[in-house]
Every structure is written in C-alpha cells, then in structure tokens.
Design a protein around this ligand. Structure first.
Ligand code: SDX
Length: 436
C-alpha cells in the first residue's frame, strides 16, 4: 500500500511546506495520506460530500466508475449475477472467498436456522399505523433486535460479530415480509426451512394461511439477482453511516438500523421508489407523448425535477447493475406475459432519449441500478413502498462486512470529522430583561 511517492504541500501564508505520503491501492486512484496534516500545519482539509476523500481502506468491493465496472472481492458483478446465488455472494462478501460445496451447504444451513424472529418482535409492528412506510417499520424492527440477542452484541468479539452477521442476513427477509403483511392486514407467514433463502422470502411475502405460495423459479431467480446486485457498493452513504455508527462501539443491530435509515433517502436507496413514481407520473400525464415535456422539465434547473434512476456519484458510465437489471426485466415481463408493460416501454424510451441527449451525456448521467429494479419488483407484485426495504435486505450483508472489516482493522478509531466554523465569534449573554 505504501509507496515512495510523496505530495509536497506548499503554503503562501508562511506555513512551512510539508511532504505527505502517497498510498497506492491494488486498483483505483492513489490516496494522499493526510493523517499528519493537522498536527504539522494546524489546518484541516475541506471536502463536504466527500467527493475527493477516501474514508478507509477496504478489500471488499471495487467500482471503476469510468469503465462501469463493479467487483465483489475481485469477481465481476456480471459473472456473480449469472453463476451464483445470493447466499454464495453473501459468503464471498463476508469471508472473502466463494464457498466450496460443503461450505455453501453449511452457510445455507446456518442462515436457514436463524430466519425466525423472537415472537415478541411481532408486537412492535402493532404500534405503527397500517399505512406506515415500510422503511419506518424496518428501521424500528432492526434497532429493536438489539434487545433480543445479548450473546451477539459485542462488536469487539469476532465470534459475536459472526453470529450477529448470520442473524441479520437471516432475519431481514422475515422482517421485510412482516412489514409488508402488517401493511396489508394479513397474518405473518413463518419461514419455511425447506425452501431456499429467496424462495422462502417470496413465500413469506405472498403466501397466506389459506393459500400457499407456488414457487415460480423465474421470479425467485429475478429476486435473487436483485439481492446480488444490491449486496454492496464501496463507501456509499448508508455504508459510511454504518461504519461511523459502529465506530462508537455500539451493537451491530443498532448500526444496521442507522444504515436502513440512511438508505431511505430518495437520493440513495429511495431512488427505485422515486424512479417508479416518476414513470407513473409521466404515464398519468400522457405517457410516451409527454416524455419530451418531462425531459425539458428535468433540464430546467428551477423545476427541481430530476430523472430518478439516472446519475451516480461514482459511475460516469452505464451502471453495470442496470444492464443486468434490464435483462431481468425482459425475463420477468416475458414470464408474466407483460411484454407490453407501458411502464417498461416508457423506461426504455426515457433511457434512449437520455443516452442521446447532450444534457445527460455531457453530465455523464447514465441509468443506475434503481432505474429498472422498480419495474421488475412491480411486475413480481412488490408494492412500490417496499422497494427500498428490499434494497436494505440485500445491502445488509455489505453493511455487516464493511462494519466487520473496520472493527478488525487495528488502526480504526471512532469517527469524528472536524469543520470549517463560520458562526458567531465569542460573545456574552445579555440578560433577558435587557434584550430588546
Ligand atoms: C444509489 O453511492 C452509491 O453507490 C449509491 C448506490 C448504492 O448501491 O449504494 O449506487 C445506490 O443511491 C444510486 C443512485 C440513486 N439516486 C438516483 O437515481 C437519484 C437521481 N440521481 C441524482 O440525484 C444524482 O445523480 C446522485 C445523487 C445519484 C449523484 O449526484 P452527484 O454525484 O452529487 O451529482 P450532482 O448532484 O452534483 O449532479 C451533477 C450534475 C448537476 O448538474 P449541473 O449543476 O452540473 O448543471 O448533474 C445533474 C445535476 O443537476 N444531475 C441530474 C441528475 N443527477 C445529477 N440531472 C437530472 N437528473 C438526475 N438524475
């Protein structure tokens, strides 16, 4: 990681010049190690939004934004999505290697045995209105798990970290399905250990006590691919939230609840819900005939309208997950006889325009994973309001792996950023009676 190269910083305010080490990774931009900057110069760096800041070292995921490449532990998302199932990818992200057949069987068994939640958890949902947003419910349920697993709360114990990782991966589908069933006023469906991870989730979502769920392999595969594509993504906003939260030494369930809360935002994980609602809006305003008018609105800075599902802080090329998601769209709509799905046609037309229009091309705004995932989920029967909860289900393994990587790093400290202060200078309180 270290290199002989250095950055020399010279100042015009009399501060002595300093040399800072340049660190090189296996791939991606070099970093300037500024850890001694404040001590040597009394100055901070300034980078709101962290556009030029590496917050940590990591060996989990790598994105090449210019090439549109995504690797989990060195394997391309395309190969993983086509050749593995989600629990194989979970094993890879968590432990660094794809499992052997025996390791896969053992990992699947461990996860399967933890899919039930404590019966008391069922009482938490009753405090919510039935129309509460599923992300409000999921944030609450995740945090509530901190009260049930005293044997896996200590982040500094590797064994406890591993148990909590298995519990979180195993229970998130159960919690998401509970949030959905609660919103519908239907009874919860308990996990079925004879099913695969994703088939079990689909059954908990769509079965009722009166009618079981008939597993459709094409739909299960599509959902499993959605999980794989959303599993991890470097130091995105919610992963950085989980890292910062866990750096205080809090328990893993609370840290994941913080990640769920952050992912909810429409600029982040909430974009799939926003992208589908955008397609609905265009459809309701006249569909394909109105696309030009909508694109004009997006280009008008004052409109505040964005092309949801487009653009990315890192990808300045086509998000490789969007390509795979569009393929899954075709498969699912074909399986369900929805070739003429008007929303999908609208999405394809919007994509075509955006890929040719200079406004988007010049800003390198390409479809991201959220653009097509909503169409697939809607076709499968997932309500729009549940899309981000499903994103959270999938991203839980990434959050946990990144959290564990941080805790296992002997150099890690509690995160505590500084600031550029622009507020009032020191002043004295005037007694209330004298303030006029
Ligand atoms: C996810 O970080 C991750 O990895 C996230 C994620 C993950 O897996 O964890 O990949 C998941 O969050 C995907 C992104 C989902 N969000 C959306 O689809 C919402 C719509 N996209 C944007 O809001 C935006 O593109 C962001 C937030 C994703 C990225 O924004 P940036 O990098 O801060 O870029 P910016 O806002 O500074 O925009 C640069 C320019 C601006 O125009 P100018 O001021 O230069 O004229 O591009 C414009 C923006 O106005 N722009 C858009 C746009 N996104 C950026 N214009 C129209 N539509 C858009 N979607």
């Amino acid at each position: 990681m270290s290199s002989q190269d250095k950055a020399t910083v010279s100042f015009t305010d009399g501060t002595p010049n300093i040399e800072l080490p340049i660190l090189k990774g296996v791939a991606g931009p070099d970093v300037i190690d500024i850890r001694k900057l404040y001590g040597q110069t009394g100055k901070f760096t300034y980078d709101p939004g962290f556009l030029s800041t590496a917050s940590c070292q990591s060996r989990i995921t790598y994105i090449d934004g210019d090439k549109g490449e995504l690797l989990y532990r060195g394997y391309s998302i395309d190969q993983l999505a086509r050749q593995c199932d989600f629990l194989e990818v979970c094993h890879l992200i968590l432990y660094g290697e794809l499992p052997t057949p025996d390791q896969k069987a053992e990992f699947d068994r461990r996860v399967t045995r933890h899919t039930m939640v404590h019966e008391q958890m069922h009482f938490f949902t009753r405090g919510f209105r039935r129309d509460a947003h599923p992300m409000a419910v999921l944030t609450g349920l995740c945090g509530a798990m901190s009260a049930f697993y005293p044997d896996s709360m200590n982040l500094n114990d590797a064994k406890e970290r591993d148990i909590s990782a298995i519990r979180l991966i195993a229970k998130m589908p159960t919690l998401v399905a509970m949030a959905y069933k609660y919103s519908k006023g239907e009874p919860y469906i308990y996990p079925q250990n004879s099913l695969t991870y994703t088939a079990n989730f689909m059954r908990m979502m769509f079965a009722t006590p009166c009618e079981d769920y008939e597993v459709n392999d094409v739909l299960v595969r599509a959902m499993d691919r959605i999980f794989i594509l959303h599993a991890d993504h470097e130091q995105n906003a919610s992963t950085s939230t989980v890292r910062l939260c866990a750096s205080s030494g809090t328990n893993p369930f609370a840290a994941i609840a913080a990640g769920v809360a952050c992912l909810w935002g429409p600029a982040h994980g909430g974009a799939n819900e926003a992208a589908l609602n955008m397609l609905y809006d265009i459809q309701n305003q006249g569909g394909l005939a109105k696309i030009g008018q909508f694109i004009d609105q997006v280009k008008d800075k004052n409109s505040g309208v964005r092309l949801m599902g487009f653009g990315h802080r890192v990808y300045k090329n086509y998000d490789p997950r969007a390509k795979l998601m569009r393929e899954t769209c075709h498969e699912v709509l074909g399986e369900l006889g929805l070739h003429d799905d008007p929303l999908f046609k609208l999405a394809m037309a919007l994509e075509k325009i955006a890929l040719e229009d200079d406004y988007f091309v010049s800003r390198k705004l390409y479809p991201n994973v959220d653009f097509y995932s909503g169409i697939v989920q809607k076709a499968i029967g997932i309500p729009v309001s549940l899309f981000t909860a499903i994103f959270a289900l999938a991203r839980t393994v990434g959050w946990i792996a990144q959290l564990n990587e941080m805790i296992a790093d002997p150099e890690y400290k509690i995160g505590r950023p500084r600031q550029l202060y622009l507020g009032a200078g020191s002043r004295n309180v005037v007694p209330l009676a004298q303030r006029g």
